[in-house]
Design a binder for this molecule. Structure first.
Ligand code: ATP
Length: 309
C-alpha cells in the first residue's frame, strides 16, 4: 500500500484554478519530486496534503488514514519544513529545535538533528546570523524533530548558491538512508534528476507525467545528439552533413559553419560510418561530443515550453 495517495485533488482561488486534477501515489522510502514552473500549483498541492489548505475536491490518504478522521495521527507522521519566518531569529538553532520538540509527543534528539543538518558548529549562534543555506538546513531539521516518516520540503534550495544547494541534497540523501519518505518541490531539473526516485511534472495545475527520471528520458526518446566540428572548414562540415543525412540511424542534422549536429538512435554506428567517410576524404575532425537527453528535454517535449528556473 502506498504511504501517500492523492486522488483527483482540486483547488481554486476565485477564478484561478490553482490545482485542476492531481493524482499520484508515493511509496515508503521514496524521494518523490514535484517539479513545474512558477504557478504550476506545487505549493498548493503540498499544502493540501499537509492539511494546511482544504481541497475543493479530492482525497488524500496516508496509508489508511485521512485528514477528516485521523488528523492527530497524521500530524505525528509528517514533518513540514516551516517557512523561514516561523523560526525564532533571536534563539539559536539548538534552542529552536528544543522548542519545536516540545510541540510533539516524541522527538528525535537535538544533537542528532544538528549533526544531520550539519549545524553542530553553529548550534549556539543566533539564527539571524546564519546564512540562507544554514537557515534552510535548520528548517529541514525542524521538519525532522518529531522523527516523522514523511517529510515535505517545499523548494528547499530556491535562491541558494550551488554549494549550499549541494549541502541540502546531502541531507535529503541522508533522509533516504534513514528510511524516510521525502516529498520535494523544486524548480531545478538537475536537482530532480539527481535526487528523485520518481518525478511528477506538473503544469497549470495538472500532472503531465510521473515516472523515474531515467524512464522519463527513455520514454521521450532513445536519440542522442552528436556534435562534431571540423578543422577543414565549412565545406568539410557540409560534405559530412550530406553524408550523414542519408544514414539510416540519423533522424535529422543541422550544420552551422564548421560544426555539425546530428540526432541518432545509434551513435556508435553513426560515428563509425561518419569516421569512415572523413578518413576517406581526409577531413580532420576537431571535436566530437555525444549529449545525453536530460529531464529538461523531457519537460520541453511534454509541455512544449522552454524551461525557466
Ligand atoms: P511557485 O513555483 O512560484 O511557488 P507553485 O507551482 O508552487 O509556484 P502555487 O503557489 O501553488 O504554484 O500557485 C498556483 C496558482 O494559484 C498561482 O497562480 C497562484 O498565484 C495561485 N494562488 C496560490 N495561493 C493562492 C491564494 N492563497 N490566493 C489566491 N491565489 C493563490
Amino acid at each position: 500500500m502506498p504511504i501517500l495517495e492523492v486522488k483527483n485533488l482540486k483547488k481554486s482561488f476565485g477564478a484561478i484554478h490553482a490545482v485542476q486534477n492531481i493524482n499520484f501515489s508515493v511509496g515508503a522510502g521514496e524521494v518523490f519530486t514535484i517539479i513545474g514552473p512558477n504557478g504550476a500549483g506545487k505549493t498548493t498541492t503540498l499544502e493540501m496534503i499537509e492539511g494546511l489548505v482544504t481541497p475543493d475536491q479530492g482525497e488524500i490518504y496516508f496509508g489508511e488514514l485521512n485528514w477528516d478522521q485521523h488528523a492527530k495521527t497524521i500530524k505525528q507522521k509528517i514533518g513540514v519544513q516551516p517557512q523561514s519566518s516561523a523560526m525564532f531569529d533571536l534563539l539559536t538553532p539548538e534552542e529552536n529545535l528544543n522548542l519545536f520538540a516540545t510541540f510533539y509527543d516524541k522527538a528525535r534528539p537535538t544533537e542528532e538533528i544538528l549533526e544531520l543538518i550539519n549545524l553542530t558548529d553553529h548550534r549556539n549562534n543566533h539564527v539571524k546570523k546564519l546564512s540562507g543555506g544554514q537557515r534552510q538546513r535548520l528548517a529541514i531539521g525542524l521538519a525532522m524533530i518529531s522523527d516523522p516518516d514523511i517529510i515535505f520540503l517545499d523548494e528547499p534550495t530556491t535562491g541558494l548558491d550551488p554549494q549550499a544547494r549541494r549541502n541540502i541534497w546531502d541531507i535529503i540523501l541522508q533522509l533516504k538512508e534513514l528510511g524516510k519518505t521525502t516529498i520535494l518541490t523544486t524548480h531545478y531539473m538537475e536537482e530532480a534528476e539527481k535526487l528523485s526516485d520518481r518525478v511528477c511534472i506538473v503544469d497549470q495545475g495538472k500532472v503531465i507525467t510521473v515516472d523515474t527520471p531515467s524512464a522519463l528520458i527513455e520514454k521521450l526518446t532513445k536519440e542522442r545528439e552528436v556534435r562534431l566540428s571540423f578543422l577543414d572548414g565549412s565545406e568539410a562540415a557540409e560534405q559530412a552533413n550530406l553524408f550523414s543525412k542519408v544514414l539510416e540511424s540519423v533522424s535529422r542534422t543541422e550544420r552551422e559553419n564548421t560544426s555539425l549536429k546530428l540526432w541518432t538512435t545509434n551513435p556508435e554506428d553513426t560515428l563509425y560510418d561518419l569516421f569512415g567517410f572523413t578518413k576517406e576524404k581526409n577531413y580532420q575532425v576537431e571535436q566530437v561530443s555525444i549529449r545525453e537527453m536530460s529531464l529538461e528535454d523531457v519537460f520541453i517535449a511534454f509541455t512544449g515550453k522552454e524551461w525557466r528556473d
